[in-house]
Design a protein around this ligand. Structure first.
Ligand SMILES: [Zn+2]
Length: 578
């Protein structure tokens, strides 16, 4: 006969059982084709997830065993029907606010087929807004036009006389202003170019409307803030676009302290679903380092600064060791080797300051000279650096005991001298590179730098062979945020039409496995996230995606057409295809 006491216990057990559905039930994903990025078991079929955490992963039988050991009996079974699961992809270099701004209405000029075409797009917008309203656009690329010459503001100013207009080139390293915008900025023929920038002039020494690198701020300084939605609106818009593309993490390459605060608010409110590694603009970094300890939150990590050594190759702003093959001399007849936008000593000082505050540094370097100078500056900064020894250190997550712990990075590393390739691995410097830059730029890279130097362009395979950490991204919105376009570009070095057949300098292609690693565990490593995400393993966070094909075995061309079916961040379904 059941005692009262036993009844009470049974009732409690029943209540507990009834209460179970309120608690998250573990999800058992089975019959899946899972690429884990874990070398111990690269490909498995079953994964158990609870409260955002992977409890077990492996063969169905292995996971059942693990469930028994963990005393888990009730699970929600989800038959994946053989579908492919990958760790959530991570873009190691993007610009969320610019991407969101395009989503929210900044004119997207990437499809403009000519200068006239671009002027028509702007004229159409001008006819829908009051006179005096700024019109901002971005993404034009004269290299994709029949007439590849850089545009002159004349046609733009004639077509749009009443609205100030600012149109950024695709690489973000040059922009075209119309007459009205130049008036507002007080541009005159007497104005001199700032250091590290160029106010481009015609043969009469009059500004052509083109402002390169540091000179862009002449115009951008007079553009009112919040023209294209608030930072928060832009981030949320970009987040939507990234989650739909299969990205569960992004490295946002350049934030103001205000923008970091926006991210912090979004994280605190639970609206930030994507993981973000935010880099603070170098010019604001010293004050930021002094006032804020490194931050590592639930979704947001802020432990680095973003500096620039040079411009971009498309606008001939990349800093080269020898003159450009297609513009050997500058306006005064001097040898022209591109633009140096900061002093190596400034990069060195920033690294010293960063290391002293447990921050690290990511530096944009495109030309071979810029890359060498950044590596030299890094080497000088870490040579005589004295780490805080573990004994006197207050334990905290970001504590650099060796210089390699700081995971210093070079962003882009596009053109390298082969002498510099092994220095990345030797110094523990991460190469953060963008495969689609290669397939967009290959049309003109040989012309810019000559075929011999171009062998060291986008040298992914050489870097991997040397033992360097290689992280991949897109530099969105310069390129599409779709990471499968990047994986396709990395393994083929062909454009979407399959050209050039066999690939541009094909010896630098990487395998699918290597490309996927660069978009997952290596991008996680570059953000100090490798212990929590980047591979699917027990006790890691459940950031994963379900896709419509097996990207490891399908025809290479079909990688680019991959559709994301579902995206999970910390176990939560954050995107599902319609
Ligand atoms: Zn960038």
């Amino acid at each position: 006969m059941m005692t009262t006491r036993r009844l009470a216990v049974a009732a409690l057990a029943l209540i507990a059982l009834l209460a179970l559905p309120a608690r998250a039930q573990p999800n058992l994903y089975f019959n899946a084709n899972i690429y884990t990025m874990d070398p111990a078991q690269p490909r498995v079929d079953t994964m158990l997830v609870e409260d955002g955490l992977i409890l077990a992963i492996g063969s169905n039988r292995g996971v059942q065993d693990s469930m028994r050991q963990q005393g888990i009996r009730v699970v929600r079974k989800i038959d994946m029907g053989g579908k492919t699961i990958l760790p959530g992809l991570i873009d190691a270099h993007g610009h969320m606010i610019s991407l969101g701004a395009i989503g929210l209405g900044v004119l997207d000029l990437r499809a403009a087929a000519s200068y006239e075409d671009m002027v028509n797009i702007v004229r159409d917008r001008a006819s829908h807004v009051p006179a005096g309203t700024w019109i901002i656009g971005r993404g034009w690329d004269n290299e994709s036009w029949a007439d590849k010459r850089l545009p002159h503001h004349g046609a733009l100013s004639k077509a749009i006389p009443d609205n100030p207009v600012w149109l950024s080139r695709v690489d973000g390293h040059a922009g075209l202003a119309n007459e009205k915008a130049m008036q507002l900025a007080g541009v005159s023929s007497a104005m001199t170019s700032p250091a590290g920038g160029e106010i481009v002039r015609d043969q009469n020494r009059l500004p052509t409307g083109l402002f390169v690198d540091n000179a862009e701020s002449v115009i951008s300084a007079v553009i009112p803030e919040g023209l294209t939605g608030t930072a928060e609106e832009c981030i949320l818009q970009a987040q939507k676009m990234c989650l739909a593309a299969g990205l569960t993490g992004v490295h946002d390459a350049g934030l103001s302290p205000d923008e970091v605060d926006t991210y912090l608010r979004l994280e605190a409110s639970g609206a930030l679903k994507i993981r973000v590694y935010g880099m603070v603009h170098a010019k604001e970094a010293p004050a930021y380092f002094a006032e804020h300890p490194p931050y590592d939150g639930f979704k947001l990590t802020v432990v680095s600064a973003k500096a620039y050594m040079d411009g971009a190759m498309g606008s001939r702003g990349a800093w080269l060791m020898a003159p450009y093959a297609d513009r050997p001399t500058g306006p005064e007849g001097q040898p022209y080797t591109g633009l140096q936008v900061s002093q190596p000593a400034e990069i060195e000082a920033l690294v010293r300051d960063g290391l002293a505050h447990n921050y690290t540094v990511c530096t944009h370097a495109i030309g071979d000279r810029a890359n060498r100078e950044v590596l030299n500056a890094y080497a000088r900064a870490i040579n005589d650096w004295q780490p805080v020894t573990p004994a006197d250190a207050t334990p905290r997550r970001y504590q650099w005991f060796t210089s390699a712990d700081a995971r210093l990075r070079v962003e882009h590393a596009q053109l390298l001298s082969f002498d510099d390739v092994p220095r990345f691995a030797a110094m523990g410097v991460i190469a953060s590179m963008q495969p689609t830059h290669c397939t967009s730029d290959m049309r003109w890279v040989d012309a810019r730098v000559g075929e011999e130097r171009a062998r060291g362009a986008y040298a992914w395979a050489s870097l991997l062979k040397s033992g360097a950490h290689l992280a991949f991204g897109s530099d969105f919105p310069v390129e599409s945020e779709n990471p499968f376009l990047g994986i396709y570009a990395a393994v083929t070095r062909e454009n979407l039409d399959g050209e050039p057949a066999g690939g541009f300098h094909p010896e630098q292609r990487v395998t699918r496995e290597e490309a996927l690693r660069a978009y997952t565990i290596e991008a996680a490593y570059a953000a100090f996230w490798d212990e929590r995400v980047g591979s699917l393993e027990a006790n890691k966070l459940a950031d994963f995606i379900v896709i419509d094909r097996d990207v490891m075995t399908c025809d290479a061309r079909e990688i680019a057409d991959t559709k994301v079916l579902e995206t999970y961040s910390y176990g939560e379904l954050v995107y599902r295809a319609e």
